[in-house]
Ligand binder design. Structure first.
Ligand code: UDX
Length: 452
C-alpha cells in the first residue's frame, strides 16, 4: 500500500516538477527564522509563524531580529520574491495548504522537569492537528527528548484521528553565527523516518541542497544523534580546556598540543580551542538533558555529568583568576569586552562571559561592559548592575584590568597605546587568547592568557 502511494506521490511530484512545496515553519527564533528564510531561498513557499507580535512585525518589514551573518540580505530578498511571509498565528488555510509543517520552537532546559520543557512542541501539535486535511509531513526541527516524535504523532492522531500525517525527525546542526552557511553547506541531513512517502517529500524539500547528504535513520536514532553530537563536542571542548590548565602548570603551549593532536584524523582539528568553557543555547542544555534522560532510564552518562560539572566550575574559576590579577588593587574596576557566548552572535544564553561578569559584581567589583552585538540581550540579564560603554575605549576609562570575554575580531586589533591612556592600571586577562601579547607588552601591559 505504502509503496503504491509513494509511487503515486513520486509521479505527482515529478509530473509538476515546478510545484513549489508549501512549508509552514512554527517558531521564528535562531533556528526557525534561519530555516524559514533559507528554505524560501531554495524555492519553497514559506509561512513562518511566531507568538511574538513585535518579532513578526519586524520580520515582515525586513528587519532581522537576531544577529546572524547573511540572514538580513536573504530575508529582504525572499520577502520581495513573495515566497516568504511572517504571521502571528497560523490560520487554518496556512495549515491546510502546507505540504510540510516544521516545528522549530524552543525547548529550554527546565530544572523542575530535569529535562527539556517541550510544552510548546505539544501545544503546536495539538493546534495544527485540528486543521490537517491532506497528507502532511510534520518535521520536528527542535532539539527534543528521545521519543518526542512518537508523542507528537499520538497527540495529532488523538486530536484528529483522520489526520493523514507522518512525523519526521530532522534535527538542526546550525552553529550560531554561521547558521546560513551551515544550511547551504550541510555535512549531513539526518532524517529520522521509516516512511517511504515521507522520504519522497523530504528528498524534494532538500533537492537543491546536495541531496546526497540525506542520511536516513529511525526517528529515535535521529533524536539521539542531535544531543549526542553536542554532548560529544562539549566534552571535546572541555578536554582541551583541562589540557590548557595543565600546559599552564608545566610550561606547555596548548595550541601546539592541539595542533599536534588534531593531525590525527581520528581526533580532528575542530573544537580544540581553549577558552572559559562552553556556553550558548545548545551545548549546556543538550548535555544536561542527555545526562538527566540517561539517569532516568538507568543508563548513566557519567562522563557527560563530569563535563557538565567541570565546565561550570571552570567558568566560576575564571572569575577567581581575574580577581587574583588585581588582588593588590583597592576596589578594582574591570573593563569587560565581549558578552556574547561566542563571536558572530548576539546570543547571551549561558554565556561564560556574562556568568563571569555576574561573579565579579557579586564580589563588589565595578564592571563596565561593551559588546559589538550583544548589548541588548546582555542588558536583560545584567540590568543596571554594570556600566554600559559605547565602545572598547570608553569601557577602559579608569579600568584596572581589561578582560577579553568574547573572541570578536575587532578586539584582535585594539590600539593599546590609546588604551594605555584610558586605563588606571595595565592588566589584561585575555580569556579568548586573541590579543597580540608582544604588542601589549610594548605599551606596558601585563597580559594573562589561557594555556600558553
Ligand atoms: C552548537 C553546535 O555546533 C551546532 O551543530 C548545533 O546545531 C547547535 O549547538 P553553537 O551552540 O552555535 O552550535 O556553538 P558552537 O560554535 O558549537 O560552540 C559551542 C560552545 O563551545 C561555545 O561556547 C564556544 O565558545 C565553545 N567552543 C567551541 C570552544 O570553547 N572551543 C572550540 O574550539 C569550539
Amino acid at each position: 500500500m505504502i509503496e503504491q502511494e509513494s509511487l503515486m506521490l513520486k509521479r505527482s511530484i515529478s509530473k509538476n516538477p515546478n510545484k513549489k512545496l508549501n512549508l509552514l515553519v512554527v517558531g521564528g527564533g535562531y533556528v526557525g527564522l534561519t530555516m524559514a528564510v533559507c528554505f524560501a531561498d531554495i524555492g519553497c513557499n514559506v509561512v513562518c509563524v511566531d507568538k511574538q507580535k513585535a518579532k513578526i512585525n519586524s520580520l515582515s518589514k525586513g528587519k532581522v531580529t537576531i544577529f546572524e551573518k547573511d540572514l538580513d540580505r536573504l530575508l529582504v530578498k525572499n520577502l520581495k520574491s513573495k515566497r516568504l511571509q511572517f504571521k502571528l498565528l497560523a490560520n487554518s488555510g496556512d495549515i491546510e495548504n502546507s505540504d510540510i509543517i516544521m516545528i522549530a520552537v524552543g525547548t529550554p532546559f527546565d530544572d523542575k522537569l530535569d529535562g527539556y520543557n517541550q510544552r510548546d512542541i505539544y501545544s503546536v501539535a495539538k493546534e495544527i492537528a485540528r486543521f490537517i486535511n491532506k497528507y502532511t509531513v510534520i518535521v520536528i526541527k527542535s532539539t527534543v527528548e528521545v521519543g518526542t516524535c512518537d508523542k507528537v504523532e499520538q497527540i495529532i492522531k488523538e486530536t484528529n484521528p483522520k489526520a493523514d500525517i507522518e512525523v519526521v525527525s530532522i534535527p538542526e546542526f546550525l552553529r550560531e553565527g554561521s547558521g546560513v552557511y551551515d544550511f547551504f553547506n550541510p555535512e549531513r541531513i539526518i532524517v529520522g523516518t521509516g516512511s517511504q512517502r515521507a522520504k519522497e517529500i523530504i528528498k524534494e524539500l532538500h533537492k537543491p541542497l546536495q541531496k546526497k547528504k540525506l542520511v536516513y535513520t529511525t526517528r529515535r536514532s535521529s533524536e539521539i544523534i542531535k544531543c549526542a553530537s553536542n554532548a560529544f563536542l562539549a566534552t571535546k571542548v572541555h578536554f582541551i580546556n583541562e589540557m590548557a590548565d595543565f600546559c599552564e602548570e608545566v610550561g606547555g603551549n596548548v595550541y601546539e598540543v592541539a595542533y599536534g593532536m588534531g593531525l590525527d584524523k581520528r581526533i580532528g582539528r575542530e573544537f580544540l580551542k581553549p577558552g572559559p568553557g562552553y556556553g550558548g543555547g545548545c551545548f549546556p542544555k543538550d548535555a544536561k538533558a542527555l545526562a538527566s534522560l540517561g539517569k532516568r532510564v538507568g543508563a548513566n552518562f557519567n562522563l557527560i555529568e563530569c563535563v557538565i560539572c567541570a565546565n561550570g566550575n571552570r567558568i566560576k574559576g575564571f572569575g577567581q583568576k581575574i580577581l587574583r590579577c588585581v588582588k593588590n588593587i583597592k576596589k578594582p574596576k574591570v573593563a569587560f569586552l565581549g558578552l556574547a557566548f561566542k563571536s558572530g552572535t548576539d546570543d547571551c544564553r549561558c554565556s561564560p562571559a556574562v556568568d563571569i561578569v555576574l561573579g565579579l559584581i557579586n564580589k563588589g567589583l565595578k564592571v563596565c561592559v561593551y559588546d559589538p552585538a550583544a548589548m541588548k540581550n546582555a542588558k536583560t540579564i545584567l540590568k543596571s548592575r554594570v556600566f554600559y560603554a559605547k565602545d572598547e575605549y570608553e569601557a577602559a576609562k579608569g579600568a584596572d584590568i581589561i578582560v577579553i570575554g568574547t573572541e570578536w575580531k575587532q578586539f584582535k586589533s585594539l590600539d593599546w597605546q590609546k588604551m594605555g591612556r584610558f586605563v588606571r592600571n595595565k592588566f589584561i586577562f585575555d580569556m579568548r587568547n586573541i590579543v597580540d601579547k608582544q604588542e601589549t607588552l610594548k605599551h606596558g601591559f601585563e597580559c594573562y592568557k589561557i594555556g600558553c
